[in-house]
Ligand binder design. Structure first.
Ligand SMILES: CC(C)(COP(=O)(O)OP(=O)(O)OC[C@H]1O[C@@H](n2cnc3c(N)ncnc32)[C@H](O)[C@@H]1OP(=O)(O)O)[C@@H](O)C(=O)NCCC(=O)NCCS
Length: 270
C-alpha cells in the first residue's frame, strides 16, 4: 500500500516517494446505490456537474462522475485539500492540469471506459494512462490499418485469432497512454510509433520525425477484461496499482469522511 501501513477510516495522507507512480482504479458499475452516486456528484466542480448532465446515457454519466470524483478523492489522499477544492485547467489539446493549489509537485492523467475508471499520479509531468475493455468489438482490422506501424501490423496479422483482441488493445492502450503523456491526443501521428511487447518488457521505437524526450517507460496491467497501459517519460517506472472501493461511502452519514479523509483501500503491489 503506498505510504499506508494499515486500513483505517480516517486515513493519513499518502506519500508519493520520488520515482514512484501510483495508479488508482475503480469499478463505476459497483456504485449500486443512488446515494453513493449523489455523494460523488457533490465533490464535482460546477463545470464538471454541467458536463455530467450533458451525457444522455445514465451509464456514461455514472462513469464520468465516478472518474472525476475518484480523481479528486485520490488527489486529496496526497495533500490536505478537500476533494471539492481541487481546480483544473486545460491545455490546448484538452489535457487537464492542477491549477490550484499551486506547485503541488503532483501530476496526473485520467482515463475511463465502460466498466472501469483509472487515474495515475506521479511527480513526472509527462505521464499518461489508458484503459480499454478487450472484449469490445470495434472492427480491429480496419482500425489497426490506420493506427499501427508496419511492424505492428505484421505482428497483428500473425497473431492467433483467439488473442487478437488482447494484442490489438495492448498496442492501442500503449499508443493512447503515450500520446496522452505528451498531451497530444489525436494530433499525434500514431503510425510512427511502434511497440513490441515481450514478457516483462515493452520495446518502443518511433520514426524520429517527432521531437520527443529520449527516454520512455511503459507498464501494462490487466484488470478483469480491461487492459491498462501507463506511459511515462524518464529512466524508471515503478508502478503500484490500488483499487478504490466505493462501499466506504455507502451511507450519506459518511459525507463528512468523504470531504475530509476519503478512504483506505486494498491494493495490488507489483
Ligand atoms: C482525448 C484523448 C486524449 C483520449 O480520449 P479517450 O481514449 O476517449 O479517453 P480516456 O478515457 O482515455 O481519457 C479521457 C481523459 O483524458 C484527459 N485528456 C483529455 N485530453 C487529453 C490530452 N490531450 N492529453 C492527455 N489527457 C487528456 C481528460 O482527463 C479526459 O477525461 P474527460 O474527458 O472526462 O475530461 C484522445 O486521444 C482521443 O480522443 N482519443 C480517441 C481514441 C482513438 O481514436 N485512439 C486511437 C488509438 S491510438
Amino acid at each position: 500500500m503506498p505510504g499506508e501501513s494499515s486500513h483505517h477510516e480516517s486515513a493519513a495522507l499518502i506519500e508519493l516517494p520520488e520515482g514512484a507512480t501510483h495508479v488508482w482504479y475503480a469499478h463505476p458499475r459497483a456504485l449500486s446505490h443512488e446515494d453513493e452516486l449523489d455523494l460523488l456528484y457533490t465533490v464535482l466542480s460546477p463545470a464538471e456537474q454541467a458536463r455530467y448532465w450533458r451525457f444522455f446515457a445514465p451509464k456514461v454519466r455514472q462513469e464520468f462522475c465516478a472518474a472525476h470524483a475518484m480523481l479528486r478523492l485520490v488527489l486529496s489522499r496526497y495533500l490536505p485539500v478537500l476533494p471539492s477544492e481541487w481546480q483544473f485547467t486545460y491545455a490546448e489539446n484538452g489535457r487537464p492540469y492542477i491549477s490550484w493549489p499551486l506547485d503541488t509537485g503532483l501530476h496526473f492523467n485520467l482515463t475511463h471506459t465502460a466498466g472501469l475508471v483509472a487515474c495515475v499520479i506521479s511527480h513526472e509531468p509527462l505521464i499518461g494512462i489508458d484503459v480499454e475493455n478487450i472484449e469490445r468489438e470495434i472492427g480491429h482490422e480496419a482500425i489497426a490499418e490506420r493506427i499501427f506501424s508496419r511492424k505492428e501490423l505484421e505482428e497483428f496479422d500473425a497473431t492467433a485469432k483467439s488473442v487478437k483482441g488482447h494484442f490489438f488493445f495492448t498496442i492501442w492502450t500503449l499508443k493512447e497512454a503515450f500520446t496522452k503523456a505528451l498531451g497530444l491526443g489525436l494530433s499525434m501521428p500514431v503510425q510512427e510509433l511502434s511497440f513490441h511487447v515481450e514478457p516483462g518488457e515493452v520495446c518502443f521505437n518511433h520514426s524520429g520525425a517527432i521531437p520527443l524526450p529520449p527516454e520512455w517507460q511503459f507498464d501494462l496491467h490487466d484488470i478483469g477484461h480491461h487492459r491498462l497501459a501507463v506511459a511515462q517519460s524518464g529512466r524508471e517506472l515503478n508502478v503500484t496499482y490500488n483499487e478504490l472501493s466505493w462501499s466506504k461511502y455507502r451511507a450519506v452519514k459518511q459525507r463528512y469522511l468523504l470531504l475530509t479523509a476519503p478512504f483506505a483501500e486494498g491494493t495490488q503491489d507489483r
